[in-house]
Design a protein around this ligand. Structure first.
Ligand SMILES: N[C@@H](CCC(=O)N[C@@H](CS)C(=O)NCC(=O)O)C(=O)O
Length: 210
């Protein structure tokens, strides 16, 4: 049972999850107080956690009565609920579509390219590293050309699209995907990491394969 000083928001995550990092970074950018609960594999298999997210995945955000799994859904919710400027998730049809496009990339090619290559390298699991690296390289080539004449993915200023795409691109080298061939992507990562209050995605301390 909460007290009057408990934050209304709880985030379930783990420090090395890029999906959870999206939410953590955006909560920090918005300056929202929250409680962080580390949900390791054992916690994620518990009945209590599966009641929050039947997929058994982090992140999950609890805000009062709202229980919301899925990093992208959470970013949209936090922007629409708490960003009074409206700039992080713009609503004109063209801008909204550009943001949505990159949120889809975050859930699609980014997940099955750089994120999967990193998962396979650090922890193993189903999937082929070579296939994940192929998806990652196609995505990063496209991102690099897209960012060659703009500062941010979806608008003239940072949006939740940049936050959603940041962590797994930043840590792509942990999946043996070097960023050296993508100078525009590297400059974009520097811009993202300079966003006030954004906490950078930590590097993995787990030894990587050669
Ligand atoms: N679509 C989900 C994917 C989240 C996801 O894949 N989370 C991983 C950690 S990065 C997880 O919980 N994996 C454990 C599992 O799938 O059992 C989101 O965007 O939040």
């Amino acid at each position: 049972m909460g007290t009057s000083t408990d934050p209304a928001i709880t985030l379930y995550g783990t420090p090395l999850s890029g999906h959870a990092h999206r939410v953590e970074a955006f909560l920090n950018i918005l300056g929202l107080p929250y409680r962080y609960v580390e949900a390791n594999a054992e916690v994620r298999r518990s009945d209590a956690f599966l009641a929050l997210n039947p997929f058994g995945q982090i992140p999950v955000l609890v805000d009062g009565d709202l229980v919301l799994p899925d990093s992208v859904a959470i970013l949209v919710y936090l922007a629409d609920r708490y960003d009074a400027s409206g700039l992080w998730n713009p609503k004109t049809p063209d801008q909204a579509a550009q943001v949505q496009r990159w949120l889809s990339v975050a859930a699609g090619d980014l997940r099955f390219g750089p994120a999967l290559a990193r998962i396979l390298t650090l922890w193993g699991g189903p999937g082929t590293l070579a296939d994940a690296q192929r998806v990652a390289e196609r995505l990063l080539r496209f991102m690099d050309s897209h960012l060659s004449n703009r500062d941010w993915l979806a608008a003239e200023r940072p949006t939740i699209a940049d936050i959603a795409c940041y962590a797994y691109v930043a840590r792509a080298p942990e999946g043996h995907i070097p960023l050296a061939p993508y100078p525009a992507v590297r400059r974009w990562l520097e811009r993202v990491e300079a966003i006030p209050a954004l906490t950078p995605m930590p590097e993995s301390a787990i030894p990587q394969q050669a």
